[in-house]
Design a protein around this ligand. Structure first.
Ligand SMILES: NC(=O)c1ccc[n+]([C@@H]2O[C@H](COP(=O)([O-])OP(=O)(O)OC[C@H]3O[C@@H](n4cnc5c(N)ncnc54)[C@H](OP(=O)(O)O)[C@@H]3O)[C@@H](O)[C@H]2O)c1
Length: 267
């Protein structure tokens, strides 16, 4: 048997596609899953994929009674941190796909991960084109000091800003702080009209029917603009390969690492 995986959120939109990807991978075995609705069943019966022999448990703590090497968190923002801390305390490495965790959450998780000598790899977006958005924006921010971020998503996305937008802002803060010509707190009119300030960047979150998930960063200079935008379609297929790579690489890490490029050789 290769790496043993416990997948929280295995019956969800993103988690079920990842479960099918794990089923196809000869070096990975799904030993347990978490979903409150399907607790007590075998995942194979829930997803119609006979290779998924792991049982479904109602909580992460119960699922972690099955020894596993890597715990994957793909549930909801409000349950994610507790799941990750529980998994680390059980000695598992952790891959976090769930969005909505803050920099403070990750600082707390990092301390626990380091104490247990375990790795945590967190990415708000596991698709390759989203990783390239982060890297290209980092490069542009070295040269261009003015930018704002737009985060587009479907109307029932519960968290804002998206994990991708938040990660982009936090990443760019390590390059430099953007410099709005008029400071945000000197806005005339509702302050909210200028978006949320995250790690120094302004993020504007749209939540509308007709969108899936997109993130766009606009760099502005006198008489010129650069836009870099990532769009994903309706399926959760784009996230599978990146998440599988994260699962395979996370046992080589200690502490929290943000973004799939932490384990990709992008120079
Ligand atoms: N990193 C990436 O590339 C990426 C890609 C897509 C989505 N995401 C993020 O991943 C998260 C999940 O998205 P999704 O669209 O797959 O959501 P979803 O379809 O609602 O699925 C959520 C899953 O988590 C389970 N769950 C929810 N709350 C739980 C709890 N308190 N305890 C245990 N299990 C719980 C659900 O099962 P039960 O309701 O039966 O418990 C279900 O299996 C979101 O934060 C989303 O933004 C990230």
């Amino acid at each position: 048997m290769g790496l043993r995986i416990c997948l929280a959120g295995a019956t969800g939109w993103a988690g079920s596609e990842l479960a099918r990807g794990i089923a196809r991978a000869p070096d990975l075995a799904l030993v347990a899953a978490v979903s409150r609705t399907h607790a007590g069943r075998v995942l194979a019966d829930v997803l119609g994929e006979p290779r998924l022999e792991g049982r479904v448990y109602a909580s992460a703590a119960e699922a972690l009674s099955q020894p596993c090497d890597v715990f994957v968190e793909y549930t909801r923002p409000e349950s994610a941190k507790a799941h990750v801390l529980t998994a680390l305390q059980h000695g598992a490495h952790v891959v976090v796909g769930t969005s909505g965790l803050t920099a403070d959450d990750f600082a707390e998780i990092d301390a626990v991960a380091v104490r247990h000598s375990r790795g945590v790899l967190a990415a708000g977006n596991f698709s390759l084109t989203a990783v390239l958005l982060l890297k290209c924006a980092e490069l542009a921010a070295r040269i261009l000091p003015h930018w704002e971020i737009i985060d587009y998503a479907h109307d029932d996305k519960i968290d804002a800003p998206s994990g991708t937008a938040r990660e982009l802002a936090e990443r760019l803060s390590t390059v430099r702080q953007p410099t709005p010509t008029i400071p945000i707190d000197q806005t005339v009119g509702p302050r909210e009209a200028r978006g949320a300030t995250v790690a120094g960047s302004q993020i504007h979150s749209l939540r509308l029917p007709g969108y899936v998930i997109s993130a766009e960063i606009i760099f502005g200079m006198p008489d010129q603009r650069l836009s870099i935008r990532h769009d994903s379609g309706n399926s959760s297929v784009p996230y599978v390969d990146g998440a599988l790579l994260a699962i395979r690489k996370v046992p080589t890490l200690v502490g929290v690492h943000r973004g799939l490029d932490a384990v990709l050789d992008l120079g």
